[in-house]
Design a protein around this ligand. Structure first.
Ligand code: GLN
Length: 508
């Protein structure tokens, strides 16, 4: 039974709870058991909050018994990326500099999860400060891909994606600055959504690059992503860039899409994000998905976004520039790690140097150096200024493309999951993973990755759908339609094809 519970989608689990076929305590315990059984291998979690999760579950069960009206996901457990602050639960952002730090408040999105009664199973592993595409930059060890334990689960949100793909959690929260929800989704066979910038509050996210960061859902189905998106989305006065408008009707759109009718929907294939540079199996699945969309009634058009080829370059100036400023608060004085110099005077500057030297990993140091250089007086216009101009050109390309197409599509990532160590010593090779996901962050538009099959190597492939800002509902409609068509071809969810994980004897 435990195994059956953990295989349910969040929406099915929510319905079963509403029908009182099982309790939230049982559902939560089933997931905690699964974590105990497989996380020794996967290492998706940095912290498991057993007591807190079971207490929330018991509370929801009591409310349900008392006949209270509850959210459709009430009682459905969730995992949260460790870059999101959680009151009373350790939050490290994958960094030694925050080891053992326990935040005094909840992020707005966590307040919303708690308000709706979703038990928080724990905090998931990630690349340090969300910098990476493989989770190998975590200060606390690698997370494994449930499809193949020798391979990366993507990054920076590899922990959230592996937890959902490994049936440790039906839902998770990720954050996406350049692809960290969508690329892990692609390589683990899960659904990942980066909402429109400003669609989900950033209050309580440990900032990497504030003009790019967005939190969003990591799930196994498009409908589950929509339910979670509606719950965590919406205006927050604590975030000055939060959109003060109702959340787009993403749940209704997902339900409409599932009926399989895409007549009149114009799907744009971005020339610059298709063709060369993708693994053969990734391109093959992409072409098949286009055929399926056409069969559902969509019109496929080709659009060109010439400035996209500079997106990666602009991102790797803007992101480090913002990160170098955001990370300045880790100074050994306010919170987290404090290291005093081994010898010599204990001045503020020397404590800062010793703390950052010991507390930040190589990738973080690399980006802080890059960012401070790009922002330095003599180079500001040449680097940061030019990158901002490219950003405007990318936004204009999107505007022109969305005049011709309702959604844009591409493969999510150039390859399937690579092996540990393969790209670790070559930062540029690592950065190239995000070539297709980064334009959306630079323009603030929403993006979804959805599993669309297996490559020749037997590993999952992702299909990316992009929509105009504040039209997130469009990608849910198209995503749900494609998902339904794919599942009827496969006879069920793609994750059913993943190898069974070895489970160790349960602690209980
Ligand atoms: N992989 C990208 C990077 O390293 C994106 C990270 C993210 O979205 N947080 O910057």
């Amino acid at each position: 039974m435990t195994n059956d519970i953990t295989r349910l989608s969040a929406s099915d689990l929510g319905s079963a709870l509403a029908r009182k076929e099982l309790s939230s305590v049982e559902a939560t315990q089933a997931h905690l058991d699964r974590i105990a059984a497989v996380d020794g291998d996967l290492h998706a979690f940095l912290h498991v909050s057993t007591q807190e999760a079971l207490a929330t579950a018991a509370d929801v069960d009591a409310k349900r018994a008392a006949g209270e009206e509850l959210h459709p996901l009430a009682g459905v457990p969730i995992a949260v990326k460790d870059v999101v602050v959680t009151k009373g639960l350790p939050t490290t952002a994958g960094s030694k500099i925050l080891e053992n730090w326990v935040p005094p408040y909840d992020a707005t999105l966590v307040e919303r999860l708690k308000g709706a009664g979703l038990p928080i199973l724990g905090k998931t592993n990630m690349d340090e400060f969300a910098m990476g595409s493989s989770t190998e930059h975590s200060a606390f060890g690698n997370t494994k891909n449930p499809w193949d334990l020798d391979r990366i689960p993507g990054g920076s949100g590899g922990g959230s994606a592996a937890a959902v793909a490994g049936f440790e959690a039906p839902l998770a929260i990720g954050t996406d600055t350049g692809g960290s929800i969508r690329q892990p989704g692609a390589v683990t066979g899960t659904v990942g959504v980066k909402p429109t910038y400003g669609g989900v509050s950033r209050y309580g996210l440990i900032a990497m690059a504030s003009s790019l960061d967005q939190a969003g859902p990591v799930t196994r189905t498009v409908l589950d992503a929509a339910l979670l998106h509606e719950l965590i989305g919406g205006h927050d006065p604590h975030d000055s860039t939060s959109i003060d408008e109702p959340v787009p009707g993403v749940v209704a759109a997902a339900r409409q899409g599932a009926t399989g009718d895409l007549k009149g929907v114009r799907v744009g294939v971005v020339t610059e994000l298709a063709g060369e540079g993708y693994q053969a199996g990734v391109s093959a699945r992409f072409d098949e998905s286009l055929e399926q969309l056409r069969a559902l009634g969509a019109e496929i058009v080709e659009v060109s976004c010439p400035s996209f080829r500079y997106a990666l370059d602009a991102y790797y100036l803007i992101m480090p520039a913002e990160a170098s400023s955001n990370l300045a608060k880790f100074d050994g004085m306010r919170f987290g790690l404090r290291v005093e110099p081994a010898e010599g005077p204990v001045t503020a500057e020397r404590v800062m140097g010793a703390t950052r030297g010991a507390g930040f990993g190589d990738e973080v140091k690399r980006r802080v150096i890059l960012g401070t250089y790009a922002l330095s007086a003599g180079y500001y216009d040449a680097y940061y200024g030019s990158a901002q101009k490219v950003r405007t050109l990318i936004q204009r390309d999107f505007a022109a493309a969305f005049a011709k197409a309702d959604v844009l599509v591409s493969p999510t990532a150039p390859t399937t999951a690579f092996k540990f160590g393969e790209k670790l010593d070559d930062p540029l090779a690592m950065y190239l993973n995000d070539v297709a996901t980064i334009p959306a962050n630079l323009a603030g538009v929403p993006g979804m990755s959805l599993p669309n099959g297996l490559s020749d190597d037997g590993l999952p492939v992702g299909f990316q759908i992009l929509a105009p800002a504040k039209a997130d509902d469009r990608m849910y409609r198209v995503g749900a339609a494609l998902e339904a068509a794919l599942e009827s071809r496969w006879g069920g969810p793609l994750l059913n094809k993943a190898p069974e994980l070895k489970t160790t004897e349960l602690a209980r």
